[in-house]
Design a protein around this ligand. Structure first.
Ligand code: GDP
Ligand code: IMO
Ligand code: MG
Length: 424
């Protein structure tokens, strides 16, 4: 298997976890390259549900090595919680989890500031997951962050942590009228955390490079989705990292020339959780039916997801900015009971048709989706194993999406379980 990326091609929750789990058995390493515990990747194995936030979804397949790359922001509390979860489920992770020494640490103040900042935004909330992601990346890019490597340099850790806590305490007290955090307490806790994290810490860029040179199979797992990308998403209603394929190189240390395959995961409809423009949103009975049939509730926060029809303009944009070589169409079974299924094929803006995903939120919020309608198949497809056995209307729907995207649907997912996947 070549070096492959599996990433979200929409607004997240496309079913990346399921797909990574399916493909992981063909890989030696699974590497997360951005984001943090804002992700919620669901995997079902033998009917049992597992939700992963920080750990790569390859962890549920015995023997596969999992790397938390340098592009991630790591909340140690969330990390240890996930290890506990593995212990409880008797999943052996010995010598299988590696954390980059260049990844950044999420501290309690990042989470507190994230939550207070959201509250203070009133009508302009982003709808973050409250996991401290934005504030941690701000520190990283402001060159004030504390990386995993710094946890093991007492002097640097003390100096930087004290500065950061003083800075955030000012905001907490003066802006949000909260109690200040105690530097000594956080320093002590951080030293304990450092000891617990130490056995997992490596220069992961060297490990992935050497593995690539040794022709091992590497699978890079994106979190969030392309339309939540800090550069190419619906800014400012985005996350603070680069989920797109470009981020896989900077977030793992693998050179871009190593990457041979980029699979975009797309739901057969589309969802979004949190605020922000969503041209094909069906804020009505259709949206409710999609939410109900697709069980569209956030895996991290439990929030109901906003639902709508497949957006081919957004999909084409995703194909372009990621250089997708193929896509995985997920949750196709969710459409089983619909009489009519729609695909948005262009936007109408100011009386004119546009076929490019606009940068301006002002424009995007005023775009009216123009739809092509498809007859439903009204049949249960969740046990079908081969593409030829799918109803003709299902095949037509898949083919239409392939034509709009200009790339093949390599995987078609028809249920939550590992076996419910059709490969072509
Ligand atoms: P991720 O963040 O991209 O990994 O996706 P989530 O795990 O947040 O959300 C996807 C949800 O859809 C999970 O509950 C999955 O178990 C479920 N899912 C994935 N693929 C399929 C599918 O083909 N059919 C159905 N019905 N559910 C699916
Ligand atoms: P997975 O990996 C869907 C959304 C939040 C919010 C915005 C910013 O499971 O697909 P953040 O906490 O990142 O600062 O929030 O991004 N968001 C996601 N939406 N799936 C995710 O992850 C998400 N991670 C963040 O809802 O709108
Ligand atoms: Mg998710």
């Amino acid at each position: 298997m070549p070096v492959k990326i599996i990433l979200g091609a929409q607004w997240g929750d496309e079913g990346k976890g399921k797909l990574v789990d399916v493909v992981a058995s063909e890989s030696d390493y699974v590497i997360r390259y951005q984001g943090g515990a804002n992700a919620g990747h669901t995997v079902y194995i033998s009917g049992k549900k597992y939700v992963l936030h920080l750990l790569p979804s390859g962890i549920l397949t015995p023997g596969i090595k999992c790397i938390l790359g340098n592009g991630m922001v790591i909340d140690p509390d969330a990390f240890f919680e996930e290890l506990e979860f593995l212990d409880k489920n008797e999943i052996d992770y010995k010598n299988r989890i590696f954390i980059s020494d260049r990844a950044h640490i999420i501290f309690p103040y990042h989470k507190i500031i994230d939550q207070h900042s959201e509250k203070s935004l009133n009508n302009h909330k982003i709808g973050t997951t409250g996991r401290g992601i934005g504030p941690a990346y701000v520190d990283k890019f402001n060159r004030k962050g504390i990386r995993v490597a710094e946890l093991f340099s007492d002097d640097i850790l003390k100096l930087r942590l004290e500065k950061n806590i003083n800075y955030f305490n000012k905001i907490l007290v003066e802006q949000y009228f909260q109690q200040p955090l105690k530097f000594e307490d956080i320093l002590e806790k951080t030293k304990i955390i450092a000891k617990q994290l130490e056995p997992f810490v490596v220069d992961s860029s060297k490990i992935v490079f050497d593995a690539w040179k040794a022709k091992k199979s590497l699978l890079l797992e994106g979190a969030q989705g392309s339309l939540l990308d800090i550069d190419f998403g619906t800014y400012p209603y985005v996350t603070s990292s680069n989920p797109i394929s470009g981020g896989a190189s900077s977030g793992s240390g693998l050179p871009p020339t190593a990457i041979e395959e980029v699979v975009g995961v797309m739901k057969a409809y589309i969802t979004r959780v949190g605020e922000g423009p969503f041209p094909t949103e069906e804020n009505n009975k259709i949206g409710e039916k999609l939410r109900e049939e697709g069980n569209e509730f956030g895996a991290t926060t439990g929030r109901p997801r906003r639902c709508g029809w497949f957006d081919a303009i957004a999909a084409q944009y995703s194909v372009r900015i990621n250089g997708l070589t193929s896509f995985a169409l997920t949750k196709l079974d969710v459409l089983d009971t619909f009489d009519e299924i729609k695909i948005c094929t262009s936007y109408e803006y100011n009386g004119k048709s546009i076929d490019n995903f606009p940068a301006s939120l002002h424009v995007l919020t005023q775009c009216k989706p123009i739809y092509k309608s498809f007859p439903g198949w009204k049949e249960n497809i969740s046990e079908i194993k081969n593409i030829i056995d799918l109803p003709q209307n299902t095949k037509n729907y898949i083919l239409a999406i392939e034509n709009y995207c200009g790339i093949p649907a390599k995987y078609i997912s028809v249920g939550v379980n590992r076996r419910q996947i059709i490969r072509q």
